[in-house]
Ligand binder design. Structure first.
Ligand code: NAD
Length: 451
């Protein structure tokens, strides 16, 4: 055992606030309340369902993660958020059509009581939707101050000890980091001058970080992946994480690609297409919003199938991604992957994956785990980029100059070792030679007895 990091206990209530209270957010909230009432299990959530091995394999110590690290209890969570529509969470969940009405009726009173606060919204960043529940102000700095007031009021009115924010709002139009994002000073100037390169998600992130509230970004927008936010996160000692929840087709990609790579199989082409018909799909139907998603999804394979390191296997890899808005399917996304691979002597083979998934069902446990781990990180005095949470993200934010790790198995190992590190347990390398040293010693003793 190493020294344990001092972690403040998870006493009192944790407020989880989501900018955006659409399909993902309402599925997350309804799911946690259903789990709390014993109606269903929080499947897909590592914090609630998974075990972690501690010590040697022969020690048989495999506690549940939630029993190993001091996480907030599901009963202690209070939900809130912002949306451009006024629907309460019950109405928004009905509209999203992810969960069945029978389940929602059982949760109706709890869900109806959660109403979105007025959003910071700019149609320039999300063309395909518009709504009435929007803040007005003279400057983006005023908007940030209004958000800070919302956060402080929510904390007080709901008797919360701590807050965490997870961005679950629509994907914004593609922008690249420019001078206004490069330092906190430039960013704050930009807020005062209504610089159009400051997107609404950045205003939420700024407000959260100013108050020391951990902020995780579930969409592919730049948001906190800019030097100004990194600077602020260190000034206020606040954890940040992003970007883009890893679900659906990309989840499959980061499961399959490491396997092909592990067996030194070549990949010539990977064509991914999917259809989805929820509001997220509608937003992504606009080319400038699709571009944000495309960039986030596109880099996943490069990191795993590295053409520079292994040109014989991956130099000609053609990777194409298509997302098609198809309303009849709603949240039931259907994706197809055609993977052209080659093996021994270059002989070609193909893999076809047809994944019929429910996007929000895969995303909801990611929101829960990100929120609980970000709160843990804050109580453990961690600050800045939480790369150990890459496991949950399509385009993980990393230290400047550091390539992100996309392989889901390496990401899991990093996550678990971070938890072991925080709790003063030995890190697990999977070397395992010690078992065989012990065995050898046993045989040597036996040989001595018989000789
Ligand atoms: N579902 C998944 O598997 C998945 C995976 C990765 C990323 N995401 C991302 O998560 C986000 C949410 O997905 P969803 O399916 O819930 O979408 P959704 O369209 O159902 O919900 C998004 C909500 O955000 C609201 N909104 C938009 N701009 C806002 C703003 N500035 N402030 C407050 N609210 C705002 C919209 O009104 C909408 O209700 C999207 O950006 C999506 O790309 C989802």
């Amino acid at each position: 055992m190493k020294n344990q990091i001092t972690i403040d206990p998870a006493v009192g209530k944790l407020g989880i606030l989501t900018p955006g209270m659409g399909a993902v957010s309402t599925t997350f909230i309804a799911g946690v309340i259903a789990a709390r009432k014993g109606i269903s299990l929080p499947i897909g959530s590592l914090t609630q369902m998974s075990n972690i091995r501690l010590g040697k394999r022969t020690d048989n110590r495999n506690p549940k993660i939630k029993d190993f690290v001091p996480l907030a209890n599901l009963d202690d969570i209070v939900f809130g958020g912002w949306d451009i529509f006024e629907d309460n969470v019950y109405e928004a969940a009905l509209n999203a059509k992810v969960l069945d009405r029978y389940l929602l009726e059982q949760l109706k009173t709890d869900l109806e009581n959660i109403k979105p606060m007025k959003a910071v919204f700019d149609k320039k960043y999300v063309k395909n939707i518009d709504g009435p529940n929007i803040k007005t102000a003279n400057s983006k700095m005023d908007l940030a101050e209004q958000l800070m007031q919302d956060m402080a009021d929510f904390k007080k009115n709901n008797n919360c000890d701590r807050l965490v924010i997870v961005w679950c709002a629509s994907t914004e139009a593609y922008i690249e980091a420019s001078d206004v994002h490069m330092s906190l000073e430039a960013f704050e100037e930009g807020l005062k001058n209504n610089d159009e390169r400051i997107a609404p998600s950045m205003i939420y992130a700024y407000a959260a970080l100013k108050l020391g509230i951990p902020f995780a970004n579930g969409a592919p927008n730049l948001t906190c992946d800019i030097p100004a936010m990194l600077e602020l996160s260190h000034i206020t000692h606040t954890p940040i994480a992003g970007k883009d929840f890893k679900t659906g087709q990309t989840l499959m990609k980061t499961i399959v690609a490491p396997g092909l790579h592990a067996r030194a199989l070549g990949v010539r082409g990977w064509f991914s297409t999917n259809i989805l018909g929820n509001r997220d799909g509608e937003v992504l139907d606009a080319p400038e919003n699709f571009k944000t998603k495309e960039v986030s999804k596109g880099n996943v394979l490069d990191g795993i199938l590295d053409a520079d390191l292994q040109p014989d296997l991956y130099k000609d890899l053609y990777h194409k991604i298509r997302i098609n808005y198809y309303p009849p399917h709603g949240d039931n996304k259907e994706s197809w992957d055609n993977i052209d691979i080659f093996g021994w002597l270059g002989y070609p083979m193909q893999i076809k994956i047809n994944f019929l998934c429910k996007d929000s069902i895969l995303a909801a446990p990611v929101v829960l785990d990100l929120a609980l781990f970000m709160d843990l990180a804050k109580r453990a005095k961690m600050e800045g980029i939480m790369e150990w949470l890459s496991f949950y993200l399509k385009a993980p934010q990393t230290a400047p100059g550091l390539a992100p790790e996309h392989d889901i198995f390496k990401q899991l190992s990093k996550l678990e070792n971070t938890l072991r590190f925080l709790m003063g347990e030995d890190l697990i390398t999977h070397l395992g030679l010690d078992y065989y040293e012990d065995l050898k010693k046993e045989y040597e003793e036996l040989i001595q007895v018989y000789s």
